[in-house]
Design a binder for this molecule. Structure first.
Ligand code: P6P
Length: 334
């Protein structure tokens, strides 16, 4: 009924806890999400799912959709005045918006335009992750890197769009997790559920066990713990790993689990980026009653020093993250 009450655009009541400016920023995010969803569902018109044969600043193969999504979101934010600057996974430097935005924009946004892009050409769910802060430089002067190097506990909103069998927007402004679903008939996102919380128990663990030999001992011990027979503690757990962080996080949030990307030989500081992957997801996890750490400390308390810095990442049901940290700290001397 709620959907039928909507006009052909998202209505305010679908976006609880958004100020007027944030509501405008979310409209921009949703516009970008709708365009990306369309492109993904219509690849035959545009050969957009192939690799671009270029590498991004992370030295990762950039898929055409990565480039397309990055440009689309930047163009959309540039056309409005609420955002003063953007950091994107696909851009080495800060995107300084000109004119009114730079002077009057109260907010900065950090973005992973398409996460899980290695899955684009095999039709596995992918996602857009976003993180929003109030700028710390005064209105009227150009923004600086400091506006983006804020700890995750200063985020005022964060979320993701998951492009799967259905397209969903998950976000929080610090008052719980809200879930909206896209209705392609009406072309709008409608509120489906507020205050989403992790289940009290979980039995899914998500980690790329192909890297097992290069994991720290504590992580190896935790994986063996997950695989042991123990009816009382709901084990063995189930392994689920898609190679698409947003999809794995979303499933674990709804069904109960833990996602781990630890430091490995190839990624000594972890693979996931703190500012536009781990902080927004950690913000959501804590809003859902879960926990997010680097194996030792709270992700949201890490003081960033580089825009694209990486961190080991453990996120999920609090008791599961606590257990993983126990194994890590017990074996950290080994
Ligand atoms: P690996 C995608 O590139 C990503 O950042 C996450 O979405 C995903 O969980 C992870 O990397 C996959 O990395 O090394 O397991 O292939």
């Amino acid at each position: 009924m709620q959907i039928l009450n909507n006009l052909f655009f998202e209505s305010q009541q679908d976006f609880p806890y958004l100020t007027k400016e944030l509501n405008e920023i979310f409209s921009d995010i949703i516009l970008g999400g709708k365009i990306i969803r369309y492109k993904i569902s219509k690849p035959k018109f545009i050969n957009i799912l192939a690799s671009s044969n270029k590498k991004n600043i992370q030295n990762e193969i950039q898929m055409k959709l990565d480039q397309y999504a990055n440009k689309k979101f930047i163009d959309i934010f540039k056309s409005k005045k609420n955002i003063a600057g953007i950091v994107s996974e696909e851009e080495k430097e800060i995107i300084f918006l000109e004119g009114d935005s730079a002077k009057k924009g109260k907010y900065v946004i950090l973005l992973d335009p398409i996460d899980g892009s290695s899955n684009i050409d095999v039709n596995v769910s992918i996602g857009t992750i976003f993180s929003i802060y109030q700028r710390i430089t005064p209105i009227g002067v150009p923004i600086t890197e400091a506006d983006f190097l804020q700890p995750g506990n200063k985020q005022i909103a964060a979320g993701y769009i998951l492009y799967g069998p259905s397209t969903v927007l998950i976000y929080s402004t610090g008052y719980g997790i809200n879930k909206l679903i896209y209705d392609s008939t009406l072309g709008i996102f409608s509120l489906l559920k507020e205050k989403i919380m992790y289940p009290s128990k979980g039995k899914i663990y998500s980690i790329n066990e192909g890297d097992y030999n290069s994991f720290p001992v504590g992580v190896k011990k935790y994986i063996k713990f997950c695989q042991e027979q123990n009816k009382e503690t709901n084990r063995p757990y189930t392994a689920r790993y898609t190679g698409s962080f947003v999809a794995d996080f979303h499933r674990n949030l709804l069904k109960g689990g833990i996602y781990i990307y630890p430091n490995t030989t190839k990624y000594p500081n972890g693979k996931l980026r703190l500012l536009y992957e781990c902080n927004p997801i950690a913000f959501l996890a804590e809003q859902g009653g879960g926990k997010a750490s680097d194996g030792n400390k709270r992700i949201l308390d890490i003081i960033p020093n580089k825009l694209h810095q990486r961190t080991p990442f453990f996120v999920g049901i609090k008791t599961m993250v606590d257990k993983a940290e126990l194994f890590i700290n017990k074996h950290c001397y080994m």
